[in-house]
Design a protein around this ligand. Structure first.
Ligand code: NIG
Length: 381
């Protein structure tokens, strides 16, 4: 059934030939966009929805979350706000709670957070394993994630489980764990950082994933400069995420590569780190994605609008650059061309703001501006 979305005050399509356009219309059929153009030339459809002059843009593509988890880390957050540093070791708290949870509890918690994200305009979401860290627990996390979200990443290399030998654990990640999850996931990720996995271990896991035909991504340069960005580029990873501490060679390497630099401003703020140098990355010619990094430790928000507002107000991006990074940038980080864009053939994922312009995302920070969301052609309530 074709649905004509009309009365669009301002349309962001992310197609090459247009920026924001006015008096536009879109036709959806099934789960696809089948037409976009001037309202005056819109074809007939079975149903019309007049959005009353509001701004329409592609749904957010949140390319970095960790939402298969149980438990709560409020105390750790309070300690951080009182001056304690963020450390990778906090992950172990969530690992204990996740292992102790039932499947039903993990599914319910995941669905609750995904629904929260959808209600705020996210329509394509990646999530990771990484709070299991045993073969059965990682396999369970991958299975649950694959039931709920668009894109699943195996992050067995999130932390060496307390008490385990690092080299033996990397053997397990590259062997039995990958054997168990390989059919359920598209991506393999490694937390390359002091206190997590070092350069040699990271390179070994990325090479093993590539040899198995899986895509790779890297958590890199989150807590200090390090080899994460360089390794991601060398291994042809789709993205390197965090990018908080970058050297000039890191930025040059990203700009010369197909690896997307995914910045996570909510995490930088919540861990009291500097904000990632997104402006320098864009100026150098790198592709930048903005993502929420929703997780119970370092960034407990699903709000892509908050990330966009922060990118504009504090990181020096224009509104159009920030919106593009949170839609098309996320799609590129996931190597997808069907989301993050509104053109014929794209997935019918639309975000309608209760505002005349996307500029209001930064002009009215903190105000819930989502008026309507269509995901795969279905209007979400
Ligand atoms: O992307 N940096 C590693 N992993 C997550 C944090 C996970 C946690 O603290 O539970 C991140 O920030």
């Amino acid at each position: 059934m074709a649905v004509l979305i009309t009365g669009i005050g301002e349309l962001t399509t992310n197609t090459e030939d247009t920026g924001r356009v006015h008096d536009a219309a879109i036709v959806l059929d099934g789960d696809r966009v089948v037409w976009t153009g001037p309202a005056a030339k819109a074809p007939d459809a079975d149903e019309r929805v007049d959005v009353g002059g509001r701004a329409v843009l592609p749904g957010w593509v949140d390319s970095h979350t960790h939402l298969v988890f149980a438990g709560d880390r409020t105390a750790e957050f309070e300690a951080r706000m009182a001056g304690a540093p963020y450390r990778a070791g906090g992950i172990a708290t969530t690992v204990d709670a996740t292992r102790a949870a039932t499947d039903d509890e993990l599914v319910a918690n995941l669905r609750r957070h995904v629904d929260e994200a959808y209600a705020q305009g996210t329509t394509c979401l990646e999530t990771k394993t990484g709070y299991g860290l045993t073969v059965p627990d990682e396999d369970r996390s991958a299975r649950i994630a694959a039931e709920v979200v668009d894109e699943v990443t195996f992050l067995g290399a999130h932390l060496v489980p307390p008490g385990a030998d690092a080299e033996s654990y990397v053997d397990l990640v590259c062997g039995g764990m990958l054997d168990a999850v390989a059919d359920r996931v598209r991506w393999v990720d490694v937390f390359c950082e002091t206190g997590a996995f070092d350069e040699v271990q990271t390179a070994r896991i990325l090479a093993e994933a590539t040899a198995r035909g899986l895509g790779t991504r890297v958590h890199g340069n989150q807590l200090g400069e390090g080899p994460g960005v360089r390794l991601a580029v060398e291994h042809g990873s789709a993205s390197v995420d965090h990018c908080t501490y970058l050297s000039d060679p890191d930025i040059e390497a990203l700009a010369a590569s197909d690896t997307v630099a995914t910045v996570l401003p909510a995490c930088d703020l919540s861990t009291r780190q500097p904000l990632a140098p997104a402006r320098r990355l864009l100026d150098a010619g790198a592709t930048v994605a903005l993502a929420s990094n929703a997780n119970p430790g370092s960034s407990y928000t699903t709000s892509m609008a908050f990330c966009v507002a922060t990118a504009v107000l504090q990181m020096g991006l224009s509104v159009d650059e920030a919106v593009r990074a949170a839609t098309l940038g996320g799609a590129r980080a996931l190597r997808r061309d069907d989301v993050g864009v509104l053109r014929e053939g794209a997935r019918a994922d639309l975000h309608v703001l209760d505002a005349p312009s996307v500029t209001h995302l930064a002009y009215r920070p903190g105000v819930p501006l989502t008026w309507g969301v269509w995901r795969r052609g279905q209007r979400l309530s």
